[in-house]
Design a protein around this ligand. Structure first.
Ligand code: ASP
Length: 438
């Protein structure tokens, strides 16, 4: 059994958090590969080490001294080391970084030092081997990962060491230069490492007990999701839920490794298990809906053209949208008209130009716009082949006087999406949550 355990910034923000991590890692001998973020915020007023490092770089770029900020970084690391009674000579490393900052250190190398130093301390504390991400997370010239090279490096290291700590967030280019990923990139490192080692599980340890059924800023105390499929997660994320980024899910999803989101501050909570295929026995109170998410600010563009081949008109309209780089979210067809749901953000200032192009090219009878539409999705793998679910959705919303402006359901029946007025966005989420999950 082999597990990759990735710990996010808040899980390694202080000596106290390091202790929790050690208890978690050592309580399961299969947690042989540990991926670590840079120390994050200890409380809401604190700063992430990564942010401070970016700030140092910005100061240097504008010729402003960064010593005060660098000293804060220095103090954080020395404090963790001393409180844990570790011996790693971190001052030497910090001095070398400080000396290099003003000379020839790239922004990528500088900000990667947060993960590097946090991992150095974690490796000593766990008694694990420190494997620099520069020596195992390989990228090609345009930053694309090299899975085969990554797998070779990791399997070599695993043969020699029973426990390994790898810094997240960065890797190396063929030139040997450090390259960082997008923010939050340690999640990607963990996923890559799990896929490369064919791990049995990728654990992502954070500060929440898994994914919640709805946004807690909208629904009070929503239940956590115990099990969700990768496909459902993608729907929820696409529709606005802030869950793991697609890039960090892809490596494990491709090879079907389960991903378990866990809480470092509540390690006995099983968290959320993200799987390829859900188990049969996961029926929590027979819920049909796994989660609810949504986004505001869409428009519905309705094009009417009687006695016309609507395929041709639709194709022309889609071509016009393509030219304006606008993606159609949903399409519904009627006899003499069709309606497209488009995001206001992707349209930007081009709406009147688009309408003008449609009028010129398609000579429609009418083009109508309804704006300020919010889309809300009820996502659930168990909806398939169950009659009555959409009826329940409409009933619940109708009873509360919410007018549904558009509806969509894919043939995979993974989500029912309703379009409502922007002003009813939060209400719709709450009503659906309480009808299906409360
Ligand atoms: N430390 C990096 C960030 O703050 C990467 C990570 O934490 O995953 O974005």
């Amino acid at each position: 059994m082999l597990k990759v355990a990735k710990f996010g910034g808040s899980s390694v923000a202080s000596a106290e958090q390091f202790r929790k991590v050690k208890d978690i890692v050592l309580s399961d001998p299969s947690r042989k590969l540990v991926v670590v973020s840079a120390a994050g915020k200890r409380d809401s007023k604190d700063h992430k080490i990564t942010d401070l490092l970016y700030l140092c770089h910005a100061h240097i770029t504008y010729g402003v001294p960064c010593d005060d900020i660098f000293d804060r970084i220095r103090e954080r690391f020395i404090e963790i080391r001393d409180q844990l009674g570790l011996t790693f000579p971190i001052e030497k490393e910090l001095d070398a970084i400080r000396a290099k900052i003003s000379k020839d250190m790239s922004v990528d190398e500088l900000v990667s030092r947060g993960e590097y130093l946090t991992s150095k301390l974690m490796a000593e504390y766990l008694g694990y081997y420190f494997l620099d991400a520069s020596n195992c997370i390989y990228m090609d010239f345009d930053g694309k990962f090299q899975p085969r090279k990554i797998a070779e490096a990791l399997s070599g290291a695993l043969k020699e060491h029973s426990g390994i700590v790898i810094p997240g967030f960065y890797g190396s280019l063929p030139s040997g230069k450090v390259k960082v990923m997008s923010r939050g990139g340690s999640d990607i490192t963990g996923s890559l490492v799990a896929a490369a080692c064919d791990a049995d599980m990728y654990e992502n340890w954070t500060d929440v007990s898994g994914i919640l059924m709805a946004d807690p800023r909208i629904v009070e105390n929503p239940s956590p999701i115990s099990e969700i499929t990768f496909a459902e997660l993608r729907e929820l994320a696409y529709m606005g839920a802030s869950v793991l980024h697609e890039d960090s899910v892809a490596p494990v999803k491709e090879v079907g490794i389960p991903l378990n989101i866990r809480n470092t501050n509540d390690p006995s909570h099983p968290g959320t298990m993200i799987v390829d295929k859900a188990s049969e026995s996961d029926d929590v109170n027979d819920r049909f809906i796994t989660g609810i998410s949504g986004k505001r600010n869409f428009i519905i563009l309705t094009v009417s053209r009687r006695l016309n081949n609507s395929n041709e008109t639709l194709r022309d309209v889609l071509e016009i949208l393509d030219r304006h780089k606008v993606q159609a979210e949903h399409i519904s067809m009627g006899i003499d008209q069709f309606a497209l749901v488009l995001s206001q953000a992707s349209i930007g200032d081009s709406l009147y130009e688009i309408i003008g192009d449609i009028k010129t090219k398609c000579s429609p009878d009418d083009v109508e716009i309804q704006d300020n539409i919010a889309l809300v999705a009820a996502v659930g793998r168990k909806m398939i082949f169950r009659p009555g679910i959409s009826g329940k959705v409409f009933n619940a919303l109708g009873k509360e006087g919410i007018n549904i402006r558009t509806i969509a359901q894919g043939s995979d029946e993974l989500a029912i999406i309703v379009g409502v007025d922007n002003s009813q966005f939060e209400n719709t989420i709450r009503i659906l949550y309480h009808s299906f999950a409360g």
